[in-house]
Design a protein around this ligand. Structure first.
Ligand code: FAD
Ligand SMILES: C=Cc1c2[nH]c(c1C)Cc1[nH]c(c(CCC(=O)O)c1C)Cc1[nH]c(c(C)c1CCC(=O)O)Cc1[nH]c(c(C)c1C=C)C2
Length: 537
């Protein structure tokens, strides 16, 4: 949340809407910093964790297998990841942390070219040459060579789409539709022609505004900044965290240094290891109550008491909150604000989101991915014909097989060799996203799994026999990612200021739609920053 927040009075009551990682970490930070504050967290589902869902099931042989039905990896270079690792350490779960090195094959990413072949995103001279010879690279060399010279005069005053920004800077539309669109499928499941350049590539937009060119800006800021660390080896935000919780500087500096070297972080047992550990900790705290299977409805502010009340369905309400934290998807907020302010509710109506169809494939006993296919996964650009509405495929088994256990100074090293696991293939196929906007209903489970099989057979050459021999799971992640439309930042500022005004700064906004980015580390950082604002003296 960008705006200022009121300090919490002694023995305040705080409500948190949403028991995903945003709500859980907000509760954790606040409950720890201010044990006098009584916090009630409301979650509409029977379980906490939100989109973080490491689904434990059994394969066709009855053996246990974990399938991620949401996020699975965290960026290494990220304050939020450091905070999560430190929380795991406090909860004695640090042994679950694992990492992928930058040079690992699990860090190789592929794009699907128009002939349905995978082409590797370059990480060496050889892969660069292959990439430049692929039809996907059309317009890339001329685009790069001319970027510094290309005038910024056509820059619009306000926001524009990613497609418009990239096409202007690269002097053609190919770079956006062939390459950039794939990258944004792999984060936002969205259309480059509908995504806000200012929201999702704000730094590049700033470079153009300041230096007239992305490349010039990138060079200047690299010379000026690098990765900023305080003299103790902490980033500014981790330094605030160290200060707030009186943490050991050296251990945090070690985490910042180590994680800066890794491309990705994961957890044994899946990312839900984190949310489960935090939930299990929170239920032990006397100042925290977690209420599951309760959906928060309308949010109102008492005229006399100036305290917040939430409705919980069936005529039930919960009242007397000095502060309410919203961490849910902005596309569901219009109905929450309707009773207090119609204009605010109407403004919230502008928010929409994307639905992802998620299919997991698991084949025990065999790795069906070829040597040249071993990597993180592949993404599908918008230029592809793509009858399956495929966004991309993640090669979970490659990532899992290339994880290394994180053994920082504070953990005890195991001297026992772990048993070599049997081979297997685990893939997650993601479909839908913006492609679904043109369809009246999301396709059924059977149709989606059939589309996933078709893609794996055509793109990776997996035999129909191996596809049939595997286990298949399907979930519709409905409205899972906010749609960052052109003009989003302006809308966000407007909505924030109207919420602050309407609810007299007693309601704050967090979660994916209101953090710096949509990733897990971003929402954790955002939760910490807003807890600081609420508790600063
Ligand atoms: C398919 C997919 C893959 C992803 N992969 C990655 C990845 O690899 N790495 C990464 O960093 N990030 C990834 N992300 C993003 C990541 O999932 C989010 O950053 C994170 O889960 C957001 O957590 P949250 O708590 O903000 O929201 P959510 O997880 O959406 O939690 C919100 C919670 O609020 C509850 N709720 C909703 N409405 C109400 C209501 N009215 N009352 C009470 N409760 C309510 C919901 O049930 C939910 O539990 C991915 C996202 C998706 C969808
Ligand atoms: C194909 C669809 C999607 C894939 N992942 C997501 C979608 C919609 C969602 C998603 N993935 C990541 C984030 C967080 C981003 C962040 O800023 O932290 C979200 C919201 C993480 C992510 N995506 C890719 C990588 C390598 C990572 C982890 C680390 C990082 O941010 O660098 C790229 C990628 N995503 C998908 C595939 C198939 C793929 C690359 C091949 C799936």
């Amino acid at each position: 949340m960008l705006g200022p927040l009121n300090n919490l009075p002694a023995n305040a009551r705080v409500g948190v809407v949403g028991g995903g990682i945003s709500g859980l970490t907000f509760t954790y930070f606040l409950g720890k910093l201010r044990p006098d504050v009584k916090i009630t967290l409301f979650e509409s589902q029977p379980r906490t964790g939100g989109w973080i869902h490491s689904f434990n099931t059994r394969d066709k042989n009855g053996d246990p297998v974990m399938l991620e039905q949401g996020p699975r990896t965290l960026r290494g270079v990220s304050d939020g990841t450091v905070l999560m690792a430190d929380i795991l350490r406090d909860l004695k779960r640090q042994s679950a942390i694992q990492y992928v090195r930058k040079r690992s094959k699990a860090n190789r990413k592929f794009l699907l070219d128009p002939n349905d072949n995978l082409v590797q995103v370059p990480n060496s001279i050889t892969t660069l040459i292959k990439f430049l010879l692929n039809p996907l690279s059309k317009g890339l060399i001329s685009g790069f060579l001319g970027e510094r010279m290309r005038s910024a005069a056509g820059r619009p005053r306000g926001d524009e789409s990613v497609h418009s920004f990239i096409s202007r800077r690269f002097g053609n539309e190919y770079v956006s539709t062939n390459l950039v669109s794939a990258v944004f499928h792999g984060i936002y499941a969205d259309d480059v022609k509908q995504l806000s350049a200012r929201k999702v590539m704000g730094r590049m937009v700033e470079y153009e505004a300041k230096y007239g060119s992305i490349l010039r800006g990138a060079k200047k800021s690299k010379q000026a900044n690098g990765r900023q660390l305080t003299p103790s080896g902490l980033t500014p935000l981790v330094s605030l965290y160290q200060d707030a919780f009186e943490k050991d500087k050296y251990e945090l500096a070690r985490l910042c240094k180590d994680f800066g070297k890794y491309s990705m972080i994961g957890l044994t047992g899946g990312l839900e290891t984190f949310t489960k550990a935090v939930s299990q900790e929170l239920i032990k705290w006397p100042n925290v109550e977690i209420v599951t299977s309760k959906k928060v409805g309308k949010i109102t502010l008492g005229k006399m008491s100036q305290q917040v009340t939430v409705s919980l369905g069936g005529g039930q309400i919960s009242s007397g909150f000095d502060h309410l934290r919203l961490t849910t998807n902005p596309s569901s907020w219009a109905e929450l604000f309707i009773q207090e302010s119609k204009p605010l509710s109407e403004l919230s109506n502008r928010a929409t989101s994307n639905t992802v169809l998620l299919v997991n494939y698991y084949l025990p006993g065999k790795d069906v991915l070829l040597k040249g296919q071993q990597g993180f996964g592949y993404l599908v650009p918008q230029c592809d014909e793509n009858v399956e509405n495929l966004l991309g495929v993640i090669f979970d088994s490659v990532i899992e097989k290339n994880y290394k256990a994180y053994k920082p100074v504070f953990s005890r090293t195991s001297f026992f060799r772990t048993k070599k696991k049997k081979d297997y293939t685990k893939l997650t196929i993601m479909l839908g996203g913006h492609h679904l906007k043109y369809e009246a209903n999301a396709p059924s489970k059977d149709i989606t799994i059939r589309a996933a099989k078709y893609a794996l057979h055509n793109h990776l050459g997996i035999s129909l026999e191996d596809l049939e021999a595997g286990s298949w799971e399907f979930v519709t992640a409905k409205n899972c990612l906010p749609h960052f439309f052109v003009g989003y930042n302006e809308w966000q500022n407007q909505l924030e200021s109207q919420v602050l005004q309407t609810y007299k700064a007693k309601v704050s906004l967090g979660g994916m739609g209101f953090s710096k980015g949509p990733g897990v580390p971003d929402v954790v950082t955002d939760a910490f920053q807003d807890v600081l604002k609420l508790t600063e003296e």
